[in-house]
Design a protein around this ligand. Sequence first.
Ligand SMILES: C[S@@+](CC[C@H](N)C(=O)[O-])C[C@H]1O[C@@H](n2cnc3c(N)ncnc32)[C@H](O)[C@@H]1O
Length: 324
Amino acid sequence: MVEGAKGPHVPVLLEPLLEAVAPVEGTWIDGTLGAGGYTRGLLEAGAERVIGIDRDPLAHQIAAEWGGVWGERLVLVQDNFANMDAHAEGVDGVVLDLGVSSMQLDRAERGFSFMRDGPLDMRMGQDGPTAADVVNSAEEGELADILYIFGEERQSRRIARRIVEHRPFTTTLALAEVIERAIGRTKPGQAHAATRSFQALRIAVNGEYEALWQGLMAAERVLKPGGRLAVVTFHSIEDRMVKRFLQAHGERKTRVNRYASETPEETAPFRILTRKAVGPREDELKRNPRARSAKLRVAVRTGLPAEAIEATEIDMPSLGLKRR
Ligand SMILES: C[S@@+](CC[C@H](N)C(=O)[O-])C[C@H]1O[C@@H](n2cnc3c(N)ncnc32)[C@H](O)[C@@H]1O
């Protein structure tokens, strides 16, 4: 039995997503293939073709096990979703399910988890500096900024000081222990002391905020009028970026003209379908507590031309922005 046939990863918010984007037809891009839960969901819901993008070779190894049954309806691309418009044009939908997958967290050798001992790697694609490179070479102030700005870790300075005292690090558990000793063990039921620091390092190593910013613009370029954009985020910074993007590129209020035609005038590249972010329902939470912090936002592409957007317009955290 191929584990990937259903996937070891439980897809989050898939049902509300499929409802919000219905009807699913034509060509879709799944920019975060992972274990393929969304891609299979889209194909089963009626997509003629899904282009499944993931920068991690592991997602593609797993897809080789489950993807065959879909024949030419499934196209696999190993790339950053920031480049999605290089692989298609005029698509009917784009879905993004951001962050790290459980298949990545579960493999100790990938170095994403503070619960499993492995090399301090954290790279989704297999290129560029590892988390060990960042931790062992960044200046103390830079390290503190990474933890604070990317991970909202309030004790960033204290952690950075301890890291510098104890480096070099080569393994996940050694780093997690030093972080835990720096800020103290958390109470049972609370997140592990290293949660925010590991998240911040992962985001830095993979350039995740930059990819999201670029990916949202690429989605705007690649969607046809009427095409759907659905984004699922797992933490507040990402959700805020998506929200700001949709506020800036979602329809603007126009003055009501009583002589105007019935068809509303298009005023922006997107029309927002989810005024408030959609979270998991009770039954999903019971099945999968990991879904607790997931948020879904959905918008429809209009016929207006795509516009670039500045990173600052969507509140993208950047190391250039010094804290006060
Ligand atoms: C949360 S998982 C997606 C799970 C998927 N929806 C499923 O149901 O199995 C996120 C996936 O996106 C990939 N990923 C994250 N950022 C990416 C990027 N910028 N470009 C391409 N893939 C990315 C990760 O490697 C990971 O496999």
